[in-house]
Design a protein around this ligand. Structure first.
Ligand code: CP
Length: 324
């Protein structure tokens, strides 16, 4: 594996499968009464979040702590960023303290890659603008595999605000790396330019018609709903919230149709959810929903990522004390 994790495209199938296998051991640690292994004792991880986060920031912090790393959280407010310090100076300042890893979330696409070129420590992309969110894709793959086994040939449908989504981009890459087939669905205004060209690649399709995908020949194994990111929208991407839900929301009626075709269908959402907009509240809480499984997997997968990046040459072996 490379020194950094910036893009899902940095990971080969072997890398992804190694991380997911390690995450299974880490999940066993998560289920213990005493959740602590000494694997990263003496290592220091800085979580630097220039954008808000609940799941990613807390799970990286928990992951580091459970592996005995020293973890420090910084945010733009409260750091010298608010005094106008540049990203380069901030990154190099943190690196000069001899930290081992910098977990970064930033609103600029490409920020994590840029930072990785300035520092000596490992850099993990915790979401950069509308570009990528590779650890989210790994935890989604972990969640899917724990329910359905291998993903080869499985049909995953990703629906929603693709234009502003970094989750969608990383998921398409990781799901295809693991052999899944992916259909992405969005209104024309929220379908990113260039994505239709991807549809020429094997195992990838695009659609503007959610109902046609639900009722199509290819039964859906998992339906991943994405948040409508109003904070990134400068204009009217759809007429009203009600019209968005009518066209692209996962309503109870649509879930019932999915279940009739495939009783084992799973419903996913990376969170935070707009209940009643892209997903009905009752669907978010339905037996088919694995939304909280995704959250739980986030800690184990981020432990595994830290382990593979920081534990050095022993990274192919399970960590001492992390055995089931
Ligand atoms: N899925 C996700 O990245 O959530 P947070 O913004 O809460 O970290």
């Amino acid at each position: 594996m490379t020194r950094h994790l910036i893009s899902s495209a940095d990971l080969t199938r072997h890398d992804v499968e190694s991380i997911l296998a390690t995450a299974e051991s880490m999940h066993d640690v998560q289920r213990r009464e005493v959740k602590k292994v000494p694997t990263l004792r003496g290592r220091t991880v800085i979580n630097f979040f220039f954008e808000d986060s609940t799941r990613t920031r807390s799970s990286f912090e928990i992951a580091g702590k459970w592996m005995s790393a020293d973890t420090i959280n910084l945010s733009a407010k409260g750091s010298s960023t608010s005094k106008g310090e540049s990203l380069r100076d901030t990154a190099m300042t943190v690196d000069a303290m001899a930290v081992d890893a910098l977990v970064i979330r930033h609103n600029a696409s490409g920020a994590a890659r840029q930072v990785s070129q300035w520092v000596r420590c490992s850099v993990i992309n915790a979401g950069d603008g509308t570009h990528e969110h590779p650890t989210q894709a790994l935890l989604d793959a972990y969640t899917l595999r724990s329910r359905m086994g291998r993903l080869d040939g499985k049909h995953v449908v990703i629906v929603g605000d693709l234009t502003h989504s970094r989750v969608f981009r990383s998921n398409v890459i990781t799901l295809k790396t693991l052999g899944a087939r992916v259909t992405v669905v969005a209104p024309p205004t929220l379908m990113p330019a260039g994505v239709t060209a991807w549809s020429e690649t094997d195992g990838f399709a695009t659609s503007w018609d959610l109902d046609a995908v639900i009722d199509g020949d290819d039964a859906v194994d998992a339906m991943m709903m994405l948040r409508v990111q109003r904070e990134r929208m400068s204009g009217g991407y759809f007429p009203t919230a009600r019209e968005y839900t009518v066209g692209y929301g996962l309503t109870r009626e649509r879930l019932e149709r999915l279940v009739r075709r495939n009783p084992d269908v799973l419903v996913m959402h990376p969170g935070p959810m707009n209940r009643g907009l892209e997903i009905a509240a009752e669907v978010a809480d339905a037996p088919q929903s694995v939304v909280l499984d995704q959250v739980s997997a986030g800690v184990a997968v981020r432990m595994a990522v830290l382990y593979h990046l920081l534990a050095g040459e022993s990274a192919e072996q399970l960590p001492e004390g992390a055995q089931a």
